[in-house]
Write a protein that binds this ligand. Structure first.
Ligand code: ADP
Ligand code: MG
Length: 698
């Protein structure tokens, strides 16, 4: 058997393979493209394509695909085989540089938010050489960006790459001011911690709601949930352990640095964290990880649920986006340094993030907005929908001291002056304690905790990179060319703290009193739902910032807002229709059958002895009958409301109706059905209950 180092990355056309299979000159120009974004000439592309094909064939591949991330949130691929007819009636295996660089999938059925007129069915995919090609099954997958013919981004990768470029440009300006002339580039890195549920396939198959919507739309609370906290970090069950082992192997072959795995808070909930890497690679890897989780689960008779809230009343699943920025020389710009000068630089980058999060709370909130995540944010388990930042007491005290020009107790009780004092190293233990903050400083990185488990991490990082790039631009514009750099720097840091300290909150984010203070005293935003926040993507300040850094065009932003609302509407309408069918064809008939049998029993008993009261039967029949009536009314009302949706035209109005009318009606239907579940003989219940599902895997 091969050891992990022997098979790690064996399905990836990575640097090791490039070095071994490309000529020195081809390798050098490809490296230049990867590292510095230099354009690739067709001769080099042909040579790379040829080497890639030979390598892929040696691994058993027969097809290639341009792998991309359209706005559906999942990845897309269209497979072409390498075969090309030869004059003698046989085939040869071919793959050209042109095919490597550019593809033309029929794009008409991907969401474009009106960017691609329907008559212009084609979009094109363009190779992203910064993310390695890999093999999945028998297919060589080439990571690509996806655009319309007019050049508009139709995917998540294009704006992500643009945001990394914007951050790079502005961060380098700052580094030069600090005398760093050697850093070639600055990149953001991410380590996403992925939560998920594993349930048995039998249970899944028996629940139309899970199959059609990824979450349960009915189900009363099980007698035992997560109260005992006995699942978190608990012993991993053998079936789950076998799944994790195989998942790790698959991910390692794909060069994905799967590192940590453990049980999560809820029964049947788990987490996987990779070692962090460059943001666009981390984004690709997270997409592959989610796909692999589902694939490997099915080989074990399991289903992996990635929905943000598969079970009401049980912790949902999120994704913690650990984010930092570092130079090409490996200096982490969010780590306090060893010298006073490095500390001043650290504080400036820290301030850039503080300013970015405060100025663009709305964009961060929007970047995690989906119908699924609405069930999580603001509930008592995930961060609230209000964005705030946790810095820890130590760092907050340092900032206070700077703002007020008062002595900081931690540093020899002297006045804090930048460029003079060495900051303490922030201990992970003191920075990592707060688990309720949406955005926490954890020693040398920030952890953005609002992402939903099924979200691509692209959107969150696009907004984060762009907003921080904007802060850095403001700083660089101000600092370039000043005579007294240190004084100007000190003043600017002070000003940032003064202007933006309202975003810093070290207390309990789940506390109701905090939400009140945040919104009423501090004036922070509280967009509770997707519908509340998405329109603000098009606020003037947001359009101005995102277009000025060339992350999005105005048209692209309009398209994205439209697609987000469209996805929201479609998701909830599918849920409503699934509920209607389940209530009508499964739940009501089951309750009815049980009530009829109770009636039969009561009649039989009374035939034996007319004096028998039959309290249980009659009492239950009365309650169940009232509930089936309630269910019937709720179903009709929900159905009428769904039919009344215009379905075309004003997407925002439709989304608002869904939020204000459809969702409450779904809630009412669920309440009636869940109550019926608690009164109905289990053998009559038409699908597995929460207890069955959550404790189905041993
Ligand atoms: P936890 O948050 O559960 O305590 P860790 O902090 O050890 O766990 O790591 C969480 C994730 O953060 C991992 O994916 C890890 O690779 C990532 N991470 C660690 N350091 C950095 C960094 N400097 N930049 C980005 N991500 C990082
Ligand atoms: Mg974490």
């Amino acid at each position: 058997m091969k050891t992990v180092p022997e098979y790690f990355g064996s399905l990836v056309f990575d640097d090791r393979v490039m070095k071994a299979t490309l000529s020195a000159s081809v390798y050098a120009s490809l490296k230049k493209t990867i590292d510095e974004g230099a354009t690739l000439d067709i001769g080099v592309a042909n040579a790379v394509a040829d080497a890639m094909k030979d390598w892929a064939l040696s691994k058993g591949a027969t097809h290639f695909t341009h792998w991309f991330q359209p706005m559906t949130g999942i990845t897309a691929e269209k497979h072409d085989s390498f075969i090309s007819p030869s004059p003698d009636g046989g085939v040869i295996m071919e793959f050209s540089g042109k095919e490597l660089i550019k593809g033309e999938p029929d794009a008409s059925s991907f969401p474009s938010g009106g960017l691609r007129a329907t008559f212009e069915a084609r979009g094109y995919t363009a190779w992203d050489p910064t993310s390695y090609a890999f093999i999945k099954g028998k297919t060589l997958c080439i990571p690509t960006a996806f655009c319309s013919y007019g050049g508009h981004a139709l995917d998540k990768k294009t704006p992500l790459l643009r945001s990394m470029e914007a951050l790079n440009k502005q961060a380098l300006r700052i580094l030069r001011l600090f005398g760093n002339d050697s850093a070639k580039c600055v990149r953001s890195s991410v380590g996403p911690e992925q939560e998920y549920f594993l349930i048995s396939k039998e249970m899944y198959d028996a629940r139309p709601d899970l199959r059609f919507t990824g979450r349960t739309l009915f189900g009363s609370k099980p007698p035992k949930g997560q109260e005992m906290d006995d699942h978190y970090f608990g012993v991993i069950k053998p079936r789950v352990a076998a799944f994790m082992e195989e998942l790790n192997e698959e991910l390692w072959k794909l060069g994905i640095l799967a590192k940590t795995e453990h049980n999560e808070v809820a029964p049947a909930q788990h987490e996987l964290a990779p070692i962090y890497t460059t943001t666009n690679v981390a984004t690709d890897h997270n997409q592959i990880t989610m796909e692999m989780m589902q694939k490997v689960a099915s080989r074990h008779g399991l289903v992996c649920l990635l929905h943000e809230k598969p079970f009401a009343g049980v912790n949902g699943s999120g994704k913690h986006n650990n984010w930092s920025i570092a130079t090409s020389e490996g200096q982490n710009l969010l780590a306090p340094g060893d010298t006073p000068y490095e500390n001043a630089q650290f504080l400036l980058f820290l301030c850039a993030v503080i300013k970015a999060v405060d100025d663009y709370q709305d964009l961060l909130r929007i970047s995690v907005a989906t119908a699924g995540n609405d069930h999580r944010l603001g509930a008592n388990e995930a961060p609230p929908a209000v964005i705030s930042m946790f810095l820890g007491d130590e760092l907050t005290a340092v900032l206070d001291a700077i703002e007020t020009d008062t002595p900081y107790q931690g540093i020899e009780k002297t006045q804090m002056k930048l460029g003079v004092h060495v900051l303490p190293k922030f201990n992970r233990d003191t920075t990592d304690r707060n688990r309720t903050s949406p955005f926490a400083f954890t020693g040398n990185k920030f952890e953005f905790r609002m992402l939903g488990s099924s979200n691509s991490i692209a959107a969150a990082n696009i907004m984060l990179n762009s907003a921080v790039a904007e802060s850095l631009k403001v700083y660089a514009d101000r600092l370039e060319g000043v005579d007294d750099f240190e004084t100007a720097l000190h003043e600017m840091i002070k000003k940032t703290i003064k202007d933006h300290k309202r975003i810093i909150f070290n207390g309990n984010g789940y506390d109701d009193a905090w939400i009140k203070e945040a919104t009423e005293v501090r004036g922070l935003l509280n967009y509770r739902t997707t519908v509340d926040c998405v329109p603000h993507l098009l606020d003037e300040k947001n359009i101005a910032m995102l277009t000025s850094h060339k992350i999005f065009t105005k048209e692209e932003l309009e398209a994205r807002a439209e697609i987000m609302l469209e996805n929201y509407c479609k998701t909830v309408v599918i849920e409503a229709n699934t509920m209607i069918t389940m209530a009508k064809t499964q739940i009501a008939p089951a309750v009815e059958r049980f009530a009829a049998d109770l009636a039969k029993n009561a009649a039989a008993k009374k035939a034996i002895s007319p004096a028998l009261a039959c309290f249980y039967e009659i009492g239950s029949i009365e309650k169940l009958s009232a509930l089936t009536d309630r269910i019937s009314i709720a179903v009709d009302e929900l159905q009428s409301a769904v039919i009344a949706l215009p379905g075309t035209g004003e997407i925002l109005a439709e989304a608002e109706t869904i939020r204000d009318v459809i969702l409450p009606k779904m809630c009412e239907l669920r309440l009636a059905c869940d109550e019926a579940e608690t009164l109905t003989d289990k053998t009559y219940w038409p699908f597995p209950t929460y207890s069955d599902i959550l404790f189905s895997v041993r």
